[in-house]
Design a protein around this ligand. Structure first.
Ligand code: GLC
Length: 721
C-alpha cells in the first residue's frame, strides 16, 4: 500500500475511526488476549466503547505469537476497513533472554555488544508478534535516588548518544520493511525525565534550555538521527509545561527543528495527567493540548476518544491535525508491512526455536561479564578452584537478578549464583546460607551464616536490592544497603576470612558499610538471565573484569547530584590558592564521589605513556590526533577502556572540568603495548552558548587521556579559527 492508498484510506475513515486509531489500549480490551476481559482498576472506568476497540490503532503489552495472531485475526474481522493493529511492548533489555539492565550494559562500554543485545531482543520479540519496542530509554541521569537510573546508560551525553545509536541499530536493523526479525524502536522519555527534583519519580524537571540542549537532548537526537521510528513523551514538566502538552518541545523542537515525522506516543496516562499537573481543567482540555502539541497516540487514557470529535466539530481542533496523526500511524504500519502481512514475523514454531536459545543465553552471559564493574580487590580475586567457598547473602540463591523492565523474562530461567558455583566447584567445597533477607534479618540467620562460613577459605557475599527497589516509582532517599545486610557483613567480618561482596542493585549505592569491610567488591547490577554464570566466570578469572562506571557512585546521598562533568565554580576546593574554609566544599564529607565516572578495576594493570598530539593547535577541518601507548603491566590479558576527555578552559559560559569525547575498549595481552589514537575535531568542541548558538570558541583547551574521569594525563592545545 503506498502513500496515495494511505491518504485514500484516511478519506474513507469516519472521524470516529480516525480518532480511535490514536487510541492505544492494553490487551484486556481485546478478544483473543490471554487476559481478555480482565478490565480492572482504572481501566474499568475508562469508558471505552466496543466501537473504539474495533477501530483502535495499537495494543500495549501483548506477547507471544499465539496471542498476537489471535488478537489481530479477531480485530481484522471486526475492523470496517481492515486496518491492522500495531503491537507495542516494553522490550527494554531483552524479551525472554534477559540481558543486563541498560545501566549495566552502559558500563560495558561495548557498543557492538549492546547492539547485539538489542538485535537478539528484537528477534525474540518479532517472532513472538511484537512490532514496536518502547526502547531505548536514553534519559541522562545524575541522581541515584531515582529508581529508573537502571534503565539509562548513565550521566554522559556523548556515551548515552553512542548507546542510543547502537540500540536503535540493533532493534531496527537497516531494512525494517523487509527484515521481519526486527522491531521499530521508540526512544524515550522525551524529554529530560531523568532529572526529577529530589530524584523522586514523576517530579518536576526544571532547567535552562541551554542545560537541556547541552546535556539532556543529545541522546534522543542521536536515536532519531539513525532513524528511530517513534518517540515517547515524558511524564514530567519541561520548563513548566508537561511534556505531553508541550507544544514548544514537541512541535517546535522535535517536529520542526529536528524534522521528526514519526509517531509520537504519550506515556501511560500522561495525556490525562495534564489535569493533575494543572495545565488542563478537564479531559477535554487535556485532549486539545496534547493533540495541539503533536501527540499522535494516547496511551491508556480516553481523552482523545471522548473529546476530539466534538473539538473538531466545534472548530477548536483542526481535523488536519487528526489526519496527520493518523497518517503517521498508518505510515508506520505500512513500513512494517502490516497491510500486506498483518502477522509480520509472528510464528509459533520459530518462536519455540529462537526464544531463549542457547546462543542467545551465551550472548547474554558474555555481555553480563563485560558489564560488571570491579570496584575493589585487595588481592583476593580471582578465586582459585581449590578454595572452599561460603556463599552467603539474600542473593546467594535468588533468581531476582533480571532487574526491572524484564517483564517477560522469568526468574526461573535465571542462572543464580548458587547454580553457577555448584557447576564450577565440587559440592564439598561450597556452603550456602542466606544470612539475612534483603531488608530484614535475625540472629538465627546470622548464626547460621557464621556456622556455614566456619570452614570456608573465602566468603562470597551476595547482597543488594529487590528488583522492585528500583525501576519505575522505585525511588529511595537512603541509598545504602539495608541495615540487615550491613549487620551480616559486620558479623561475618569477625571470622577474619577474606570477604568478597557481589552487589545486585539498580542504582549507584552509598557503599559505606561494604567497601571498608570487604576485601573485594564486584558491582553486578542486575546481570540478567545468565547473571550467576557471568559472575562466577569473573570471580574465577575465566573472564577478566572490564566494566567501567557510567554513573558516579556518591560518597553519600548528601552529595547527590554528583557527576564528573561538573563546573569548577569560582571557589574550587582544590585551587592552589584555595582558602581553608571559604571554598566550595562540605564540612563533613569530601567533594569527590566514592567512585568516579569511568572507573573500574581489572585483574591486571595498565600503564599509559607517549601521550602525543599531532599538533598543538586544532582548526575547523583540521582534526587533532591524540595518541597514547597502553601497556599491560600485569600477568593476565585484560580489556582496558581508554578514555579521552577535554576541557574548554574558558568559554562564553562556564564549561565542565571534563567532557568525554572518545573511548576505545582494547584487549591487551600481558606485557603487550598497544597504541590508541583518537581523532578530535573542531565540531566536538562546540557547545551551546548563552544565546543557544551551538559553536566552538577559539582558545585554550586541555586533553586528558586515561582510564577514568579522575586519573588522566593532560596535554594542552589551542583551537584557532
Ligand atoms: C510506563 C513507562 C514507560 C513504558 C510505558 C508502557 O509508565 O514510563 O517507560 O514504556 O509505561 O508500559
Amino acid at each position: 500500500m503506498n502513500e496515495n492508498h494511505l491518504t485514500s484510506l484516511i478519506d474513507q475513515m469516519t472521524l470516529d475511526e480516525k480518532i480511535a486509531q490514536l487510541m492505544q489500549l492494553a490487551t484486556p480490551f481485546y478478544k483473543g488476549a490471554s487476559n481478555e476481559g480482565q478490565i480492572t482498576g482504572p481501566m474499568a472506568s475508562m469508558g471505552i466503547s466496543e466501537e473504539v476497540i474495533r477501530s483502535s490503532g495499537s495494543v500495549l503489552g501483548a506477547s507471544g505469537a499465539k496471542e498476537i495472531i489471535n488478537i489481530q485475526k479477531t480485530h481484522l474481522s471486526e475492523n470496517r476497513l481492515g486496518i491492522p493493529l500495531l503491537f507495542m511492548s516494553d522490550i527494554i533489555h531483552g524479551y525472554k533472554t534477559i540481558f543486563p539492565v541498560p545501566l549495566a550494559i552502559g558500563c560495558s562500554w561495548d557498543l557492538e555488544s549492546a547492539e547485539k543485545s538489542a538485535e537478539i531482543a528484537a528477534k525474540e520479540a518479532a517472532v513472538s508478534g511484537v512490532h514496536v519496542t518502547f526502547a531505548p530509554m536514553v534519559d541522562l541521569v545524575r541522581d541515584p535516588r531515582w529508581g529508573r537510573v537502571m534503565e539509562s546508560t548513565g550521566e554522559d551525553p556523548f556515551l548515552n548518544s553512542q548507546f542510543a545509536e547502537a540500540f536503535v541499530h540493533g532493534f531496527q536493523g537497516e531494512k525494517l520493511e523487509t527484515d521481519h526479525d526486527r522491531v521499530a524502536a521508540c526512544v524515550k522519555h522525551f524529554a529530560a525525565y531523568g532529572a526529577p527534583e529530589g530524584g523522586r519519580d514523576y517530579n518536576t524537571v526544571d532547567m535552562s534550555e541551554r542545560q537541556l540542549r547541552e546535556y539532556y537532548l543529545p541522546a534522543y537526537k542521536a536515536a532519531l538521527d539513525v532513524g528511530c521510528e517513534m518517540v515517547m513523551t515524558a511524564f514530567n514538566t519541561v520548563d513548566g509545561i508537561p511534556a505531553s502538552g508541550n507544544k514548544k518541545l514537541m512541535r517546535d523542537l522535535l517536529r520542526d527543528e529536528w524534522n521528526f515525522d514519526g509517531v509520537l506516543i504519550s506515556d501511560w496516562g500522561a495525556v490525562k495527567e495534564l489535569i493533575p499537573h494543572g495545565v488542563a481543567e478537564d479531559t477535554q482540555e487535556a485532549a486539545k493540548k496534547a493533540i495541539t502539541a503533536g501527540v499522535d497516540i494516547e496511551m491508556m487514557t480516553p481523552c482523545y476518544v471522548h473529546h476530539l470529535v466534538d473539538l473538531v466539530k466545534e472548530g477548536q481542533v483542526n481535523e488536519a491535525l487528526i489526519d496527520e496523526a493518523v497518517l503517521r500511524i498508518l505510515q508506520l504500519k505500512q513500513k512494517l508491512g502490516l497491510f500486506e502481512n498483518p502477522y509480520r514475523g509472528a510464528n509459533e514454531e520459530r518462536e519455540r526455536e529462537i526464544v531463549l536459545s542457547d546462543s542467545h543465553r551465551q550472548t547474554a552471559r558474555d555481555l553480563a561479564s563485560k558489564s560488571c564493574v570491579l570496584l575493589r580487590n585487595e588481592s583476593v580475586l580471582p578465586l582459585n578452584a581449590d578454595q572452599k567457598v561460603a556463599l552467603i547473602g539474600p542473593f546467594a540463591d535468588n533468581g531476582d537478578i533480571l532487574g526491572a523492565w524484564s517483564w517477560l523474562g522469568s526468574k526461573d530461567d535465571a542462572i543464580k549464583l548458587s547454580d553457577a558455583f555448584s557447576t564450577r566447584i565440587d559440592s564439598g567445597q561450597l556452603s550456602i546460607a542466606k544470612g539475612c533477607d534483603i531488608e530484614t534479618g535475625s540472629n538465627e540467620q546470622i548464626d547460621e551464616a557464621l556456622r556455614t562460613a566456619e570452614n570456608a577459605d573465602v566468603i562470597v557475599l551476595a547482597l543488594g536490592e529487590h528488583s522492585d527497589m528500583s525501576g519505575e516509582a522505585g525511588c529511595l532517599a537512603d541509598i545504602r544497603l539495608p541495615e540487615a545486610q550491613l549487620n551480616l557483613i559486620t558479623a561475618l567480618k569477625k571470622l577474619g576470612k577474606p570477604m568478597i561482596s557481589v552487589l545486585f542493585n539498580g542504582r549507584p549505592l552509598d557503599l559505606h558499610g561494604v567497601i571498608e569491610h570487604t576485601d573485594a567488591v564486584l558491582e553486578a547490577w542486575y546481570p540478567g538471565t545468565e547473571g550467576g554464570a557471568a559472575i562466577v566466570d569473573l570471580l574465577y578469572g575465566d573472564t577478566n573484569p572490564s566494566g567501567r562506571l557510567t554513573m558516579s557512585f556518591p560518597y553519600s546521598v548528601g552529595q547527590v547530584p554528583v557527576y564528573y562533568n561538573n563546573y569548577n565554580t569560582g571557589r574550587p576546593k582544590d585551587a592552589p590558592d584555595a582558602q581553608e574554609r571559604y571554598v566550595s566544599q562540605y564540612l563533613d564529607i569530601p567533594n569527590e564521589p566514592l567512585f568516579p565516572f569511568g572507573f573500574g578495576l581489572s585483574y591486571t594493570t595498565f600503564s599509559y605513556s607517549d601521550i602525543t598530539l599531532s599538533a598543538d593547535t586544532i582548526k575547523p577541518g583540521q582534526p587533532l590526533s591524540i595518541s597514547v601507548s597502553v601497556t599491560n603491566t600485569g600477568n593476565v590479558a585484560g580489556e582496558e577502556v581508554v578514555q579521552l576527555y577535554i576541557r574548554d578552559v574558558a568559554g562564553e559560559v562556564v564549561r565542565p572540568l571534563k567532557e568525554l569525547k572518545g573511548f576505545k575498549k582494547i584487549m591487551v595481552a600481558p606485557g603487550e603495548t598497544k597504541q590508541v589514537t583518537f581523532e578530535l575535531t573542531e565540531e566536538q568542541l562546540r557547545y551551546h552558548h548563552s544565546d543557544l548558538s551551538f559553536e566552538s570558541d577559539p582558545g585554550a583547551f586541555v586533553a586528558y587521556v586515561g582510564s577514568n574521569s579522575k586519573d588522566g594525563t593532560a596535554r594542552q592545545f589551542e583551537l584557532i579559527k
